[in-house]
Design a protein around this ligand. Structure first.
Ligand SMILES: Cc1ncc(COP(=O)(O)O)c(C=O)c1O
Length: 415
Protein backbone atom coordinates (compact mmCIF):
# COMPACT_ATOMS: atom_id res chain seq x y z
CA UNK A 1 0.00 0.00 0.00
CA UNK A 2 1.17 3.54 -0.73
CA UNK A 3 1.05 5.15 2.69
CA UNK A 4 2.34 8.46 1.35
CA UNK A 5 -1.10 8.89 -0.22
CA UNK A 6 -2.82 8.00 3.07
CA UNK A 7 -1.12 10.29 5.59
CA UNK A 8 -2.75 13.63 6.46
CA UNK A 9 -0.88 16.91 6.08
CA UNK A 10 -0.62 17.09 9.87
CA UNK A 11 0.77 13.59 10.28
CA UNK A 12 3.36 14.28 7.54
CA UNK A 13 4.62 16.96 9.86
CA UNK A 14 5.22 14.60 12.79
CA UNK A 15 8.85 14.19 13.76
CA UNK A 16 10.14 11.45 16.03
CA UNK A 17 11.51 12.78 19.29
CA UNK A 18 15.28 12.50 19.15
CA UNK A 19 15.25 11.71 22.86
CA UNK A 20 12.91 8.75 22.51
CA UNK A 21 14.86 7.48 19.50
CA UNK A 22 18.06 7.81 21.47
CA UNK A 23 16.70 6.08 24.57
CA UNK A 24 16.16 2.97 22.45
CA UNK A 25 19.92 2.84 21.82
CA UNK A 26 20.82 2.99 25.46
CA UNK A 27 19.82 -0.52 26.50
CA UNK A 28 23.47 -1.57 26.87
CA UNK A 29 23.84 -2.19 30.62
CA UNK A 30 27.33 -0.65 30.66
CA UNK A 31 26.00 2.75 29.57
CA UNK A 32 25.39 5.43 32.18
CA UNK A 33 22.61 7.53 30.77
CA UNK A 34 21.98 11.15 31.70
CA UNK A 35 19.81 11.39 28.59
CA UNK A 36 16.23 10.66 29.65
CA UNK A 37 14.13 12.89 31.86
CA UNK A 38 12.89 10.11 34.07
CA UNK A 39 12.15 10.25 37.79
CA UNK A 40 14.20 7.83 39.85
CA UNK A 41 12.25 4.59 40.47
CA UNK A 42 13.48 4.74 44.09
CA UNK A 43 11.50 7.98 44.35
CA UNK A 44 8.26 6.12 43.68
CA UNK A 45 6.30 5.80 46.93
CA UNK A 46 5.60 2.12 46.47
CA UNK A 47 4.85 1.24 50.11
CA UNK A 48 3.00 4.50 50.78
CA UNK A 49 0.78 3.95 47.74
CA UNK A 50 -0.38 0.52 48.87
CA UNK A 51 -2.83 1.82 51.52
CA UNK A 52 -3.87 4.60 49.14
CA UNK A 53 -4.82 2.13 46.43
CA UNK A 54 -6.40 -0.21 48.97
CA UNK A 55 -8.59 2.64 50.24
CA UNK A 56 -9.66 3.51 46.66
CA UNK A 57 -10.59 -0.12 46.01
CA UNK A 58 -12.39 -0.52 49.32
CA UNK A 59 -14.34 2.73 49.36
CA UNK A 60 -14.63 3.90 45.75
CA UNK A 61 -14.11 0.87 43.50
CA UNK A 62 -17.35 1.30 41.51
CA UNK A 63 -16.62 4.94 40.67
CA UNK A 64 -12.87 4.58 40.30
CA UNK A 65 -13.22 1.75 37.78
CA UNK A 66 -15.94 3.53 35.78
CA UNK A 67 -15.65 6.26 33.11
CA UNK A 68 -15.67 9.69 34.69
CA UNK A 69 -16.55 13.27 33.74
CA UNK A 70 -14.34 14.67 30.97
CA UNK A 71 -13.26 17.67 33.04
CA UNK A 72 -12.11 15.29 35.79
CA UNK A 73 -13.00 14.01 39.24
CA UNK A 74 -14.49 16.99 41.08
CA UNK A 75 -12.82 16.23 44.40
CA UNK A 76 -9.43 16.18 42.72
CA UNK A 77 -10.15 19.42 40.81
CA UNK A 78 -11.23 21.06 44.05
CA UNK A 79 -8.13 19.82 45.91
CA UNK A 80 -5.91 21.17 43.11
CA UNK A 81 -7.69 24.55 43.16
CA UNK A 82 -7.16 24.78 46.93
CA UNK A 83 -3.52 23.67 46.56
CA UNK A 84 -2.89 26.33 43.92
CA UNK A 85 -4.24 28.93 46.31
CA UNK A 86 -2.31 27.81 49.39
CA UNK A 87 0.98 26.93 47.67
CA UNK A 88 1.16 29.42 44.79
CA UNK A 89 -1.23 32.19 45.79
CA UNK A 90 -3.25 31.55 42.61
CA UNK A 91 -6.96 32.30 42.90
CA UNK A 92 -8.36 29.37 41.06
CA UNK A 93 -11.89 28.02 40.80
CA UNK A 94 -12.33 24.29 40.38
CA UNK A 95 -14.40 25.09 37.25
CA UNK A 96 -11.28 26.53 35.63
CA UNK A 97 -9.41 23.25 35.93
CA UNK A 98 -9.48 20.24 33.65
CA UNK A 99 -7.65 17.03 34.50
CA UNK A 100 -5.50 15.77 31.62
CA UNK A 101 -3.58 12.60 30.77
CA UNK A 102 -0.23 14.22 31.61
CA UNK A 103 0.75 17.80 30.82
CA UNK A 104 1.74 16.56 27.42
CA UNK A 105 -1.94 16.08 26.66
CA UNK A 106 -2.62 19.57 28.05
CA UNK A 107 -0.14 20.96 25.51
CA UNK A 108 -1.73 19.03 22.66
CA UNK A 109 -5.23 20.16 23.65
CA UNK A 110 -4.05 23.78 23.72
CA UNK A 111 -2.31 23.54 20.37
CA UNK A 112 -5.44 22.02 18.85
CA UNK A 113 -7.65 24.76 20.27
CA UNK A 114 -5.41 27.73 19.54
CA UNK A 115 -3.07 27.09 16.62
CA UNK A 116 -3.95 27.27 12.96
CA UNK A 117 -1.23 26.32 10.47
CA UNK A 118 1.18 29.24 10.11
CA UNK A 119 0.23 30.86 13.44
CA UNK A 120 3.16 32.24 15.37
CA UNK A 121 4.04 30.78 18.77
CA UNK A 122 6.79 32.23 20.94
CA UNK A 123 9.10 29.99 22.96
CA UNK A 124 12.46 30.31 24.64
CA UNK A 125 15.50 29.24 22.65
CA UNK A 126 16.04 26.53 23.98
CA UNK A 127 12.76 25.05 25.21
CA UNK A 128 11.07 21.72 26.04
CA UNK A 129 11.33 19.26 23.16
CA UNK A 130 7.82 17.86 23.75
CA UNK A 131 6.37 21.35 23.22
CA UNK A 132 8.38 21.85 20.02
CA UNK A 133 6.99 18.56 18.75
CA UNK A 134 3.40 19.58 19.49
CA UNK A 135 3.77 23.04 17.92
CA UNK A 136 5.39 21.50 14.83
CA UNK A 137 2.64 18.91 14.56
CA UNK A 138 0.10 21.73 14.40
CA UNK A 139 2.29 23.54 11.85
CA UNK A 140 2.93 26.58 14.00
CA UNK A 141 5.63 29.04 13.11
CA UNK A 142 7.87 28.91 16.19
CA UNK A 143 9.65 32.16 17.04
CA UNK A 144 12.26 31.27 19.64
CA UNK A 145 13.56 34.13 21.77
CA UNK A 146 17.15 34.15 23.05
CA UNK A 147 17.79 33.11 26.65
CA UNK A 148 20.64 34.02 28.96
CA UNK A 149 21.69 32.83 32.45
CA UNK A 150 18.40 34.21 33.76
CA UNK A 151 16.19 32.44 31.22
CA UNK A 152 14.14 34.18 28.55
CA UNK A 153 15.21 37.79 28.29
CA UNK A 154 12.25 40.18 28.45
CA UNK A 155 14.06 42.87 26.42
CA UNK A 156 14.68 40.35 23.63
CA UNK A 157 11.05 39.24 23.94
CA UNK A 158 9.75 42.78 23.50
CA UNK A 159 12.08 43.43 20.55
CA UNK A 160 10.93 40.24 18.86
CA UNK A 161 7.27 41.13 19.36
CA UNK A 162 7.85 44.63 17.99
CA UNK A 163 9.61 43.15 15.00
CA UNK A 164 6.86 40.58 14.40
CA UNK A 165 4.16 43.26 14.65
CA UNK A 166 6.07 45.44 12.16
CA UNK A 167 5.94 42.50 9.76
CA UNK A 168 2.19 42.11 10.35
CA UNK A 169 2.55 39.03 12.54
CA UNK A 170 0.57 38.87 15.78
CA UNK A 171 1.45 35.80 17.86
CA UNK A 172 -1.31 34.21 19.92
CA UNK A 173 0.71 32.63 22.65
CA UNK A 174 3.98 32.32 24.48
CA UNK A 175 5.07 29.00 25.93
CA UNK A 176 7.44 29.09 28.92
CA UNK A 177 8.75 26.86 31.71
CA UNK A 178 9.61 29.62 34.21
CA UNK A 179 10.77 27.34 37.05
CA UNK A 180 13.65 24.82 36.76
CA UNK A 181 13.26 24.77 33.03
CA UNK A 182 13.63 21.65 30.97
CA UNK A 183 16.28 21.64 29.47
CA UNK A 184 18.39 24.34 31.18
CA UNK A 185 17.36 24.07 34.85
CA UNK A 186 17.08 27.90 34.88
CA UNK A 187 14.41 29.78 36.90
CA UNK A 188 13.03 33.18 35.91
CA UNK A 189 13.46 35.82 38.60
CA UNK A 190 10.51 37.64 40.15
CA UNK A 191 11.44 40.77 38.13
CA UNK A 192 11.48 38.88 34.85
CA UNK A 193 8.17 37.18 35.69
CA UNK A 194 6.58 40.60 36.24
CA UNK A 195 8.17 42.07 33.11
CA UNK A 196 6.99 39.13 31.01
CA UNK A 197 3.47 39.33 32.42
CA UNK A 198 3.35 43.05 31.56
CA UNK A 199 4.50 42.28 28.03
CA UNK A 200 1.88 39.58 27.46
CA UNK A 201 -0.82 42.02 28.63
CA UNK A 202 0.53 44.80 26.44
CA UNK A 203 0.70 42.56 23.37
CA UNK A 204 -2.60 40.79 24.10
CA UNK A 205 -1.04 37.32 24.30
CA UNK A 206 -1.84 34.10 26.12
CA UNK A 207 0.91 32.61 28.24
CA UNK A 208 1.19 28.84 28.63
CA UNK A 209 3.10 28.37 31.88
CA UNK A 210 4.34 24.77 32.03
CA UNK A 211 5.35 23.91 35.59
CA UNK A 212 6.03 20.21 36.19
CA UNK A 213 9.11 20.89 38.35
CA UNK A 214 8.06 23.90 40.46
CA UNK A 215 7.59 21.89 43.68
CA UNK A 216 11.00 20.24 43.35
CA UNK A 217 12.99 23.13 44.84
CA UNK A 218 16.20 22.21 46.68
CA UNK A 219 17.51 25.66 47.62
CA UNK A 220 16.29 29.20 48.02
CA UNK A 221 12.90 30.82 48.40
CA UNK A 222 9.93 29.55 46.39
CA UNK A 223 8.70 31.91 43.66
CA UNK A 224 5.03 32.03 42.78
CA UNK A 225 4.11 31.09 39.23
CA UNK A 226 3.30 33.88 36.75
CA UNK A 227 -0.28 32.57 37.01
CA UNK A 228 -0.45 34.21 40.47
CA UNK A 229 -0.16 37.67 38.81
CA UNK A 230 -2.86 36.89 36.29
CA UNK A 231 -5.53 39.51 36.95
CA UNK A 232 -6.35 39.60 33.20
CA UNK A 233 -7.04 35.86 32.93
CA UNK A 234 -4.52 35.22 30.18
CA UNK A 235 -2.24 32.61 31.75
CA UNK A 236 -2.85 28.90 31.22
CA UNK A 237 -1.07 26.92 33.93
CA UNK A 238 -0.01 23.31 33.36
CA UNK A 239 0.68 21.30 36.52
CA UNK A 240 1.54 17.60 36.72
CA UNK A 241 1.77 14.76 39.23
CA UNK A 242 4.37 12.98 37.08
CA UNK A 243 7.45 14.30 38.86
CA UNK A 244 6.03 14.61 42.38
CA UNK A 245 4.18 11.27 42.57
CA UNK A 246 4.59 8.97 39.56
CA UNK A 247 4.26 9.50 35.80
CA UNK A 248 2.57 6.11 35.47
CA UNK A 249 -0.70 7.57 36.73
CA UNK A 250 -0.65 10.01 33.77
CA UNK A 251 -2.49 12.64 35.80
CA UNK A 252 -1.93 16.35 35.31
CA UNK A 253 -4.06 19.47 35.10
CA UNK A 254 -4.63 22.55 33.04
CA UNK A 255 -5.89 25.67 34.84
CA UNK A 256 -6.98 28.57 32.68
CA UNK A 257 -9.63 30.94 31.37
CA UNK A 258 -13.18 29.50 31.19
CA UNK A 259 -13.45 29.64 27.35
CA UNK A 260 -10.23 27.61 27.03
CA UNK A 261 -11.42 25.04 29.58
CA UNK A 262 -14.78 24.67 27.76
CA UNK A 263 -13.08 24.05 24.41
CA UNK A 264 -10.50 21.72 25.97
CA UNK A 265 -13.29 19.70 27.52
CA UNK A 266 -15.19 19.26 24.24
CA UNK A 267 -11.98 18.35 22.44
CA UNK A 268 -10.93 15.92 25.16
CA UNK A 269 -14.24 14.07 24.74
CA UNK A 270 -13.14 13.18 21.21
CA UNK A 271 -9.62 12.26 22.32
CA UNK A 272 -9.99 9.98 25.33
CA UNK A 273 -13.36 10.72 27.01
CA UNK A 274 -11.62 11.30 30.34
CA UNK A 275 -8.25 10.96 32.06
CA UNK A 276 -7.74 7.66 33.92
CA UNK A 277 -10.48 7.59 36.56
CA UNK A 278 -8.54 5.15 38.69
CA UNK A 279 -5.44 7.35 38.49
CA UNK A 280 -7.47 10.39 39.53
CA UNK A 281 -8.95 8.60 42.55
CA UNK A 282 -5.50 7.43 43.63
CA UNK A 283 -3.98 10.91 43.24
CA UNK A 284 -6.86 12.46 45.16
CA UNK A 285 -6.51 9.91 47.95
CA UNK A 286 -2.74 10.56 48.06
CA UNK A 287 -3.57 14.23 48.66
CA UNK A 288 -6.46 13.64 51.07
CA UNK A 289 -4.56 11.20 53.25
CA UNK A 290 -1.56 13.55 53.50
CA UNK A 291 0.70 11.08 51.79
CA UNK A 292 1.72 13.34 48.91
CA UNK A 293 3.49 16.28 50.54
CA UNK A 294 5.71 14.34 52.95
CA UNK A 295 6.65 12.24 49.96
CA UNK A 296 7.63 15.30 47.92
CA UNK A 297 10.08 16.12 50.75
CA UNK A 298 11.64 12.66 50.34
CA UNK A 299 12.01 13.16 46.58
CA UNK A 300 13.56 16.58 47.17
CA UNK A 301 16.14 15.13 49.56
CA UNK A 302 17.07 12.44 47.05
CA UNK A 303 17.34 14.77 44.06
CA UNK A 304 19.12 17.54 45.98
CA UNK A 305 21.82 15.07 46.88
CA UNK A 306 22.04 13.77 43.28
CA UNK A 307 22.28 17.31 41.94
CA UNK A 308 25.09 18.05 44.39
CA UNK A 309 26.95 14.86 43.44
CA UNK A 310 26.70 15.82 39.77
CA UNK A 311 27.80 19.41 40.38
CA UNK A 312 30.74 18.23 42.45
CA UNK A 313 31.74 15.72 39.77
CA UNK A 314 31.53 18.44 37.11
CA UNK A 315 33.72 20.67 39.30
CA UNK A 316 36.18 17.83 39.82
CA UNK A 317 36.48 16.41 36.32
CA UNK A 318 35.46 18.89 33.63
CA UNK A 319 38.28 20.67 31.84
CA UNK A 320 38.53 24.48 31.73
CA UNK A 321 36.32 26.11 29.15
CA UNK A 322 33.23 24.05 30.01
CA UNK A 323 30.38 25.79 31.85
CA UNK A 324 27.22 24.45 33.45
CA UNK A 325 24.08 25.71 35.19
CA UNK A 326 23.62 25.36 38.96
CA UNK A 327 19.88 24.68 39.15
CA UNK A 328 18.05 25.32 42.39
CA UNK A 329 15.61 22.51 41.63
CA UNK A 330 14.16 20.25 38.96
CA UNK A 331 16.01 17.44 37.22
CA UNK A 332 18.48 18.95 34.73
CA UNK A 333 21.89 20.56 34.44
CA UNK A 334 22.74 22.42 31.26
CA UNK A 335 26.29 22.18 29.99
CA UNK A 336 27.90 24.63 27.58
CA UNK A 337 31.01 23.32 25.84
CA UNK A 338 33.56 25.53 24.14
CA UNK A 339 31.99 27.11 21.05
CA UNK A 340 33.97 25.06 18.54
CA UNK A 341 32.59 21.76 19.90
CA UNK A 342 29.49 20.06 18.58
CA UNK A 343 27.63 17.90 21.11
CA UNK A 344 25.89 15.93 18.32
CA UNK A 345 29.27 14.91 16.91
CA UNK A 346 30.53 14.18 20.40
CA UNK A 347 27.63 11.89 21.35
CA UNK A 348 28.79 8.69 19.55
CA UNK A 349 32.18 9.14 21.22
CA UNK A 350 30.47 9.56 24.60
CA UNK A 351 28.33 6.47 24.03
CA UNK A 352 31.47 4.62 23.01
CA UNK A 353 32.89 5.69 26.39
CA UNK A 354 29.69 4.40 28.08
CA UNK A 355 27.99 7.67 28.92
CA UNK A 356 25.02 9.40 27.25
CA UNK A 357 23.36 12.82 27.28
CA UNK A 358 20.97 14.72 25.06
CA UNK A 359 22.62 17.04 22.57
CA UNK A 360 21.34 20.57 23.17
CA UNK A 361 20.66 21.39 19.52
CA UNK A 362 17.30 19.61 19.46
CA UNK A 363 15.95 22.02 22.12
CA UNK A 364 16.64 25.09 19.96
CA UNK A 365 13.74 25.69 17.57
CA UNK A 366 15.44 28.93 16.54
CA UNK A 367 18.74 27.20 15.73
CA UNK A 368 22.03 27.33 17.62
CA UNK A 369 23.09 25.47 20.73
CA UNK A 370 25.41 23.07 18.89
CA UNK A 371 27.89 23.33 21.78
CA UNK A 372 25.34 22.59 24.53
CA UNK A 373 24.01 19.43 26.15
CA UNK A 374 21.48 18.41 28.79
CA UNK A 375 22.29 16.18 31.74
CA UNK A 376 19.56 14.57 33.83
CA UNK A 377 20.59 14.00 37.44
CA UNK A 378 17.45 12.34 38.86
CA UNK A 379 17.68 8.89 37.29
CA UNK A 380 21.21 7.53 37.69
CA UNK A 381 22.50 6.08 40.96
CA UNK A 382 24.89 8.25 43.02
CA UNK A 383 27.87 6.11 41.99
CA UNK A 384 26.87 6.22 38.34
CA UNK A 385 26.61 10.02 38.45
CA UNK A 386 30.21 10.43 39.61
CA UNK A 387 31.54 7.79 37.22
CA UNK A 388 29.43 9.00 34.29
CA UNK A 389 30.60 12.60 34.62
CA UNK A 390 34.19 11.39 34.79
CA UNK A 391 33.65 9.40 31.56
CA UNK A 392 32.04 12.42 29.91
CA UNK A 393 34.86 14.71 31.02
CA UNK A 394 37.37 12.28 29.45
CA UNK A 395 35.54 12.55 26.12
CA UNK A 396 35.40 16.35 26.34
CA UNK A 397 39.10 16.55 27.26
CA UNK A 398 40.01 14.35 24.27
CA UNK A 399 37.99 16.59 21.97
CA UNK A 400 39.72 19.64 23.42
CA UNK A 401 43.12 18.03 22.85
CA UNK A 402 42.13 17.17 19.30
CA UNK A 403 40.45 20.35 18.16
CA UNK A 404 41.18 23.02 20.70
CA UNK A 405 44.94 23.35 20.31
CA UNK A 406 46.06 26.91 19.84
CA UNK A 407 42.54 28.32 19.98
CA UNK A 408 41.95 31.38 22.09
CA UNK A 409 38.70 33.08 23.01
CA UNK A 410 36.56 30.24 21.60
CA UNK A 411 35.51 29.34 25.09
CA UNK A 412 33.07 32.21 25.26
CA UNK A 413 29.69 30.52 25.37
CA UNK A 414 26.12 31.52 24.61
CA UNK A 415 25.25 31.39 28.31
C1 LIG B 1 8.50 20.91 30.64
C2 LIG B 1 7.69 19.67 30.56
N1 LIG B 1 6.39 19.75 30.24
C3 LIG B 1 5.61 18.67 30.18
C4 LIG B 1 6.12 17.41 30.40
C5 LIG B 1 5.20 16.23 30.30
O1 LIG B 1 4.88 15.75 31.55
P1 LIG B 1 3.66 14.78 31.84
O2 LIG B 1 4.24 13.52 32.36
O3 LIG B 1 2.80 15.50 32.82
O4 LIG B 1 2.93 14.58 30.52
C6 LIG B 1 7.47 17.26 30.73
C7 LIG B 1 8.04 15.93 30.95
O5 LIG B 1 9.18 15.70 31.10
C8 LIG B 1 8.27 18.42 30.81
O6 LIG B 1 9.58 18.36 31.10
Amino acid sequence: MNFDRIFSENSRNLQASEIRELLKLLDRPSIISFAGGLPNPDAFPIEELKPVIEHVMKEHAYDALQYGPTEGHNKLRDAIAKGMKSLFNCDQEMDNIIITGGSQQGLTLLAHIIIDPGDTVITGNPTYLGAIQVFNAFRANIEAVAQDEGGINHHSLRERLQDLNRRGKYPKLIYLIPTFENPTGITLSEERRKAIYDIICEYDLLLVEDDPYGLLRYDGEALNPIKSMDNEDRVIYLGSFSKILAPGFRIAWLAGPAPIIRKACILKQSQDLCASTFGQYCVFEAMRSDMLFPHIEIIKQMYRSKRDIMLKALDNYMPDGVKWSRPLGGMFIWVTLPLFMDSVELLPKAIENNVAYVAGKSFFPGGGGANTLRLNFSYATDGQIDRGIRLLAEVVQKELDLKGKGLKGEYISAF
